[in-house]
Structures are given as C-alpha cells and as structure tokens.
Design a protein around this ligand. Structure first.
Ligand code: DGJ
Length: 739
C-alpha cells in the first residue's frame, strides 16, 4: 500500500506514519486513519485541527484507540467509511447485496491510497469486488464522498445499498430534516436523536416535494446562528436514503445514498456502479454557517450562473393553456415596458395541448394556435430586448399524444401494463436510447429554430412501477435524464435551464450540476413562499432560487395580499413575475417597474452576499438578510406572517456589519413602505434614514412599524465611513462631520 501526501508544512504528516491522512480546507479538517487495517476510519470531521506533526498523528491514533466494551467483540473494531459486520459494526451497513446469492460481507484490503491536502482516494478489494472511495474537501470545507464498486469477479453482483457515511460529534443530540407536499416544500422537522439506525427513504422516482434535502445533526437547541452541526445532502434527483446511526457502542454516523430497489443494480464482470456524491457539511455557527459554506461552495463552481439573473415574466399563471398570440404579445409588451428581461412561454404551446390531458410529448408547435409557429411571439419578445424562454416536460407523455400512439413501448413501466396515470401522464423510459435520442433531437430542433435562451425543464409526476428493460429502472432513468440534459447543453452552450418539478420537487445538487436555477414551489402566495424559500436557502444561494410575484389573490391558496409583501418576498431570489400584468392598474405597473429597478440595482448584492436569518424577538415575523462579502452594503427584510405578542414591536437588530464602521440605514427606496397598524410609525422612518455604527445596529437595532400580518419592510444599510471619528452622536441627534 502506498500512501502519498503533498503538504507544504515540513511538519505536516507525510508518509510516516502512513496510517493517518488529514484533509484540511475552509476551516474544516477530516482525519482518516488506516491504523486498524482495511478501509479508513474517520477520526475527526469538523473544526480545523491546525497542522499536525507526525508525532501528533501517532498520539492522536493512540488517544482514540478503542477499548473493548462488555458483551461485545473480543477485540476492538474500526468504524470505517463503509461500515459493515465484518468490521464489527451492527448498524445499517454501508454496502449490502449479494454475489450469486452469497451476502456481500467484505473484509476490505486496501491496495492503493493516494491523497493530497484536500483529497483522499482509496482502492480496496475483497473476493470479487473492488471499491474506490473518494473523499474530496473543497476550498469552502464542503466534503463530497463517492464510492464506486466494480465487479472484479465472474459472478453477477447485485447491490442493495452503497451509501456514504461520516461520523458526527457526540455533542449532537437533535436532528433536523425536511418534509413537504405540493406547494409546501421543505417543511422543517425537528426531533431528538434516539438510539438505533434511523432511515428516511424516498421512493418517488424524483427528488420529491417531501425530500429530506438535508439531514442535520446538531447540538441542543441549534438555530440559525448558533450550534455545531453536521449535515448531509445527496446530490441526486431520485430515490434516496438518508440515514443516521446512533448505537451505544459507536460514534453517531450520518449518511446518504441512492435507494436501490430489488434487482436494480446488477453488475456483470467488469461493470461498475458509482454513487452520487454525498455532500457533507459541518458548521460551528448554526444553520446560517452551514448554508454559507454550501453557498460558497456552489458559487465557486466554474459554471455557476454569475451574470446578473434576469427579471423573468412567466406566462403560466397569466394565461395557463389559453395561448393566444395577441394576448401574449400584449403581455410581452407590458413586460418590456416595466423592465422585464426574459419572457418565458410556459406549458401549452405544442400540438394538442389545450388542457393537461393531451399533447404532452409531442414537441412540435401547435399549428392551430400558432399558424406561423412561435416566430411572431419570439420576434415580439426579442424586438423588445428580452430573452425568450420555453417550457418543456421532456420525460413525460400524455396517453393522448402522438408520441405515445406511435411508441407505446417507450414507457418506463412494467411489461404487462402502464403505471397509474398522474396528471393524465406517463413517464418515458429515457434510458431507452431511442427515447433519449428523440428528446435530444426534438428539443435541440426547437431550441435551434427559435434561438431559445432558456428552458424551463418541468417534471410533473412521481415515478411508479418504473421499469427499464425488465428491471427496476429509476436509477437508469435518472442517469439517462442527466445525460440528455448534458447533451442538450453541450449542443447549445449558451442555453440556461431551470429545474422545475410540479414546483419544487426537483431541488437537489445533482440536477443543479446541469441546470441554472430551480423553481422552488408552485405557490406564489408570499406567506407560504417565505417559509419555502427560507429553507430552500439552506441548500441554495438566492441566485439559484426562482421567486415570482403572483396576483393579489394567490391561485394556490386564495389568500389576498398586498403588492408590498409580494415584492419583498420575490426580491430575495432570482426574481420574476407570474401574473397577467395586462390586467394591472397603471399604479400597479408603476410599482412593478420600480420594484424591477430595485432588483436590478441590488441583485449583485443579493446574488453574491452572505445570507443570514437573524432571530427577531417577535414571533410571527421573520428576518432575512444579505450582507455584502466586504460588509459595505446589506439588505434586511422583516416580514410579518402573523400577529405577534407585542403592542410595540421590539427594535429590529441588523447584525453582520462591520461593528466599527458607520452605515446609513433607510427603507429601500422603490418598494412600498408598509402601512402598518399604528398611526404613528417610528419617527426615524419619516426622517428617512439613520446613520449608526455597525455595533449599534447589531446589538440595539432600530424601531420598525407595527405591521399587519402579510406586510414587510426591506431596510438597506450602506457603508458611510469606516472611520469612526468622522461621526458623532449627541442626545439622540445623529450628525455627520463632512470631511
Ligand atoms: C408545473 C410547474 O411547476 C408550473 O410552474 C407550470 O410550469 C406547470 N407545471 C405547467 O404544466
């Protein structure tokens, strides 16, 4: 076995002792030990331990050497990165399955291990199997773990599970993950960590409205800004297992992997199976710290959308299936007049698609509705300086469609019958190369003909009885969908893609490897949306989260809200409008136009800054803030979702700024100031601004109006001066000494 390391520090651990490998980056250390033989054990995943000398390494191993407990194996046993019974582990195994009926119970022998300061790659074998385990710590301290198993024998290998695990700190006693449903995605679920192996399974064939999204283990009472946390996310868009093992004889383990169905992954000689990346994130500054690490990691990707995210007008809630050129042209004209930059034609443009019961899968423009194709609309959009986006739902067909009549054998279904319909649709077997080719060709043809800038890629049903080539087919289908998207992007490098799935049922880092934003939910009700976005923001930075202003009466809940809260909510995201704005009053259009001006002015901040969710001492209201990385500029949104206990609301603290610098604080000009419930709003609001040090803003705060539920205010803090002595404050008056 050779273990190599490249470290700059002379004292850092090198080959000797070769038993320890330390990955360090972004304030995180991961310490892997080979001391027990076999696959490595993770001795530490968490706060950076600093440089360790080879002497420290030996002592660290010695200090953590296990003793033998009562009623247990007679010798100490290692908790490895792929734990299993042969090690002595009796929790959920990391690998499971069988080789010709014989259970997979490997005693791994490491044949190679290479590492540098941020990566460890280990190859190990046992009779008939090879495993390659990769641990990659990125510059932001986010750890990605992937295992690849290869059948190196002759018999068939059937995998039942291949999952990544990492140990978390023994101080973590509480768990958080997410549930949800259509229009209520990413609902947090908190619970105590209890003994045993607990598994969250999803079997929806897509990520799901109720996807766990992140499984977090944390110290008691962890919240947005406090607590030490260990979390895992699976970068995968289909069935998943999120797991936590808390056994009396071992450190707690978090993990995730694909949920594999019986017979789904069968490897012939020489064949391999690679897991999706399990993304592990540690934070010592609560959920905002965790989110910040993830956001930084995503923003460092070379393909991360880094141009200003355009203001979108999506036609769905404006016209649904009622496509009429004159109406859509008026919509485009109105959109352009108020500053919209991208016009997205949603569902309903293709042959036979007058309702959701027909036409899905026939990706040709409906000539009855569009006798000249989409050209007149595309031209109208382009002439007004906007980009053109188009909706597709490539993986699906209506039973009433030409493609299904022609190719009834193209379904992802058991041989004997189709699955139950869902929104009157069935799923195509994209792992069938004919289907994949068809999709790539049809979508490419439309994208090419109209020079489409943006595709809204929808997926509107769970997969059920998904079978490909006579066996469980979710894995093959999902990988094939990824490949189709990759091919389309390769053919149209400038095309941007939005991931949508009945709203937010495909929000994961697997789909975001190949798409540019997600549609977080089908609800544009701002009150519902505030919660959905708040938790989507734990995984994703704002530029990746589509958020639209809908009509006053939300189509999904019937709730009526003012434009102010709808604007403030949609502002914090990749913003747009989904509303028949041809019906808006002139006053509403003026307000929308000024909101767009605000968004264009602050999107650079929103899409690069640090996102935090400060606590506010008034239940019923939430605070979301974005602070520029250099702390020169920040936005704080206070939104009230229900009444609170206070007759006079507590001052709103504005944390995160440079404590010694001074900031001008004012409500964002261009957004409606909430009417509030009190007759006398805080006097400073009438004055328009305050200038205060970051320390005062963080620890004392400023008064805000007593809002009605469904009102919000966005305050802006701008650096005035970092020189404290250029300002003075006397008896409540704040003045500025001009230089
Ligand atoms: C579900 C999406 O979430 C909606 O935004 C819309 O695109 C519809 N599908 C269209 O069928």
């Amino acid at each position: 076995m050779t273990i190599t390391g490249e470290r700059t520090d002379e004292d850092a651990i090198r080959d000797e002792p070769s038993q320890l490998h330390v990955l360090r980056a972004g304030g995180v250390s991961v310490v892997a030990s080979f001391a027990a033989g076999g696959l490595p054990e993770i001795l530490h995943w968490g706060r950076d331990l600093g440089d360790l000398t080879s002497g420290d390494a030996g002592e660290l191993i010695a200090g953590l050497e296990r003793q033998v407990s009562s009623s247990a194996t007679d010798a100490p046993w290692p908790l490895t990165i792929l734990p299993g019974e042969p090690d002595g582990w009796e929790g959920r195994p990391g690998i499971a399955g069988h080789i010709a009926g014989v259970p997979i119970l490997p005693r791994w022998h490491v044949i190679d291990a290479t590492s540098d300061a941020t990566t460890l790659v280990v190859d190990a074998v046992d009779a008939g199997l090879t495993v390659t385990s990769e641990l990659r710590l990125d510059a932001e301290g986010v750890l990605r773990v992937r295992h690849t198993v290869t059948n190196s024998g002759d018999a068939l290998v059937e995998l039942a599970a291949l999952e990544a695990t990492m140990p978390f700190g023994s101080s973590a006693t509480e768990l958080l993950d997410f549930g949800g449903r259509w229009t209520r995605e990413r609902t947090p679920q908190r619970r105590a960590l209890v003994q045993g192996s607990q598994v969250r399974e999803t079997r929806r064939g897509r990520t799901g409205h109720d996807a766990p999204t992140l499984l977090v283990a944390g110290t008691p009472g962890f919240d947005a800004s406090g607590g030490e946390l260990w979390a895992v996310h699976l970068a995968w868009s289909a069935d998943a297992v999120y797991r936590v093992d808390s056994l009396p004889e071992a450190q707690g383990m978090l993990g995730a992997g694909e949920l594999l169905r019986a017979g789904e992954v069968v490897l012939a000689a020489g064949e391999s199976f690679s897991t999706p990346d399990a993304v592990f994130v540690w934070s010592d500054s609560g959920l905002d710290g965790l989110g910040d690490r993830l956001h930084r990691s995503l923003r460092a990707r070379p393909w991360h959308p880094n141009r200003p995210q355009p203001v979108v007008l999506n036609t769905w809630e404006a016209v649904y299936f009622d496509h009429d050129l004159a109406k859509l042209e008026r919509l485009a004209q109105t959109a352009a007049a108020i500053g919209v930059e991208r016009f997205v034609l949603d569902d309903g443009w293709f042959s036979g698609r007058r309702t959701d019961r027909a036409g899905l899968g026939d990706w040709t423009v409906d000539r009855e509705v569009w006798p000249q194709g989409l050209h007149p609309l595309v031209d109208a959009v382009r002439e007004r300086g906007m980009e053109f986006g188009l909706w597709f739902e490539p993986e699906m067909v209506n039973e009433d469609s030409d493609v299904m009549r022609r190719h009834p054998d193209w379904l992802l279904a058991p041989p004997a019958h189709a699955a139950r319909t869902w929104r009157h649709q069935q799923v195509l077997d994209v792992a069938n190369p004919e289907v994949a080719d068809h999709l790539v060709e049809r979508i490419s043809a439309i994208v090419g003909e109209y020079g489409i800038d943006y595709v809204k890629w929808d997926q509107n049903r769970d997969l059920m009885e998904a079978m490909h080539a006579g066996r469980a087919g979710v894995d093959a289908h999902t990988r094939a969908v990824y490949a189709v998207i990759d091919e389309i992007r390769a053919r149209h490098p400038h095309l941007e893609i939005e991931s949508c799935a009945s709203g937010g049922a495909r929000v994961d880092l697997g789909i975001l490897e190949r798409t540019d934003r997600v549609w977080a939910s089908d609800t544009n009700d701002p009150i519902e949306r505030l919660a959905i976005q708040r938790w989507t923001e734990l995984l994703l930075p704002l530029e990746l989260i589509g958020s639209h202003i809908g009509p006053a009466r939300a189509h999904t809940t019937g709730r009526v809200t003012d434009l102010g809260i709808r604007m403030s909510t949609a502002l914090f995201g990749s913003a747009g409008i989904e509303w028949d704005i041809t019906e808006c009053s002139p006053e509403e259009l003026v307000l929308l136009s000024s909101w767009i001006t605000v968004y264009k002015r602050v999107r650079g901040l929103l899409h690069s800054g640090r996102l935090i969710h400060p606590e506010y001492a008034d239940s019923g209201a939430t605070v979301t803030a974005v602070i520029a990385q250099d702390r020169s500029h920040a936005l704080y949104r206070l939104a009230r979702t229900e009444t609170g206990p206070h007759a006079l609301p507590p001052p709103l603290r504005l944390p995160g700024l440079d404590r010694s610098a001074r900031y001008r604080v004012s409500p964002v000009v261009g957004l409606p100031v909430p009417r509030g419930l009190d007759v006398t709003p805080p006097p400073w609001l009438a004055r328009g601004e305050l200038i205060l040090p970051g320390s005062v803003l963080a620890d004392v705060g400023v008064r805000v109006p007593l809002f009605a539920p469904a009102e919000a205010i966005v305050l802006e803090a701008q650096l005035v001066s970092s020189a404290p002595d250029r300002h003075y404050s006397i008896a409540g008056a704040v003045g500025r000494v001009d230089a």
